[in-house]
Unconditional design. Structure first.
Length: 389
């Protein structure tokens, strides 16, 4: 009998993406189980939702508090010796703590679905499953573009059997860097089915932009900037928008929605200390679609949230980081306005972004058609694919 294990390390988007597929498989008589390594990554296993949906799971009991935001006095990047020690510790932790449990947990598994094959212990897991002759499927979890942190170990390049991409755009990216044995398919993602199904008619951009959401992103974890630099960028962006509002006598309301890996209380404190305490910061766990329903436009850095902004028919802007081009493909594909707040052009760029015209609106549909396959029914399509493997 086919037995599919879903391996998750994040209790939020990993569950959002996989749970509809797991339920569809169950309805079709396929045995399904979750393997949660959330605690290893500093999160908690989403036991309630798994219990409520009657899906079995095994969790890795490990007492590690969620990673705290680094303070302003953070150290510089790890030295080569630090990296060697870290790699050795990961090997030991795998051999002593993880692999013995896996030897018990994967006795009956025929297929395993993962969402990350690079972040520890994803690369170890792929090698382990391959030796066990278990079919491996990687489901795309976020927008893909080269990251400094992936200088050698690139997402998708571990040699999984199948890689399920969101759409043709992502599939084209992956096909250039996966190993020869990996088959890339663009079947969609249940993480967007809700938004795609509920999306407005893409003619809902308001004439006057009065409320803007800034969506945080772990650009420090991705090594584009340090944590100290990231916080400075957040503060500078908020101040830039508020100063523009005063100069042009615009009634702009700014809100922040942090990434789940970011502590909202830290940002609130920094805003308060910089005279921006009136800016609302949503809880990190707040639903993105609910936040978007309350604003007219969204600003991102390198985030999948940009897709949600487009799906809701709202204006989108991307902030340029120093020493980097605009991250992702939103600006390059003409669906987002570029904001370079450390450039003399920023005032003109904000005029465009906050103006009545929406130059990029006509490109939304084309972008979405290439971005997401099987919109609104990807769970059924992916479940059918897994069942027939």
């Amino acid at each position: 009998m086919k037995h599919v294990d879903f391996i998750i390390t994040n209790p939020n988007h990993h569950v959002l993406i996989t749970l509809p597929i797991a339920r569809a498989l169950q309805k079709n008589g396929v045995s399904v189980n979750y393997i949660s390594l959330c605690e290893i990554r500093g999160f908690r296993t989403p036991e309630k939702i798994l219990n409520d949906t009657h899906i079995s799971f095994k969790k890795f009991d490990f007492d590690r508090s969620k990673k705290d935001e680094k303070d302003d006095n953070e150290s510089k990047k790890a030295s080569w010796w630090d990296k060697v020690k870290s790699a050795a510790m990961r090997e030991v932790f795998w051999d002593i703590m993880i692999r013995p449990k896996f030897n018990k947990w994967f006795k009956n598994t025929t297929h395993a679905v993962l969402l990350n094959d690079t972040a520890y212990p994803g690369d170890f897991i792929i090698r382990y499953l391959s030796r066990k002759k278990i079919t491996t499927i990687l489901m795309q979890e976020g927008i893909r573009f080269p990251l400094p942190v992936e200088d050698r170990n690139m997402y998708g390049s571990s040699g999984v059997d199948y890689l399920i991409a969101w759409g043709q755009k992502s599939a084209d990216y992956f096909k250039k860097m996966v190993k020869q044995k990996t088959q890339v398919l663009h079947l969609g993602s249940p993480g967007f089915d809700k938004s795609l199904y509920l999306q407005q008619s893409l003619d809902s951009v308001p004439d006057v932009i009065s409320k803007i959401a800034i969506f945080g992103n772990p650009i420090d974890d991705q090594q584009f900037v340090s944590s100290k630099e990231k916080m400075a960028i957040y503060i500078d962006l908020a101040r830039t928008l508020m100063d523009y509002s005063k100069r042009h006598k615009r009634d702009l309301e700014i809100v922040f929605k942090n990434h789940p890996r970011e502590a909202s209380e830290v940002l609130r404190d920094r805003l308060e200390k910089n005279g921006l305490g009136h800016i609302r910061v949503f809880e990190s766990s707040s639903d993105i679609d609910i936040v978007l329903n309350t604003v007219d436009a969204g600003i991102v850095f390198a985030s999948t949230v940009g897709i949600n902004v487009i799906l809701h028919g709202k204006k989108l802007a991307v902030v340029k980081l120093k020493n980097h081009d605009y991250l992702g493909d939103y600006v390059q594909d003409s669906v987002a306005y570029g904001l370079n707040m450390y450039s003399p052009e920023i005032d003109h760029q904000l005029d465009d972004f906050l103006g009545r015209e929406h130059y990029h609106f006509r490109n939304y549909r084309r972008y979405l058609d290439h971005f997401a396959s099987n919109s609104g029914r990807s769970d059924i399509v992916i479940a059918a694919f897994l069942k027939q493997l």
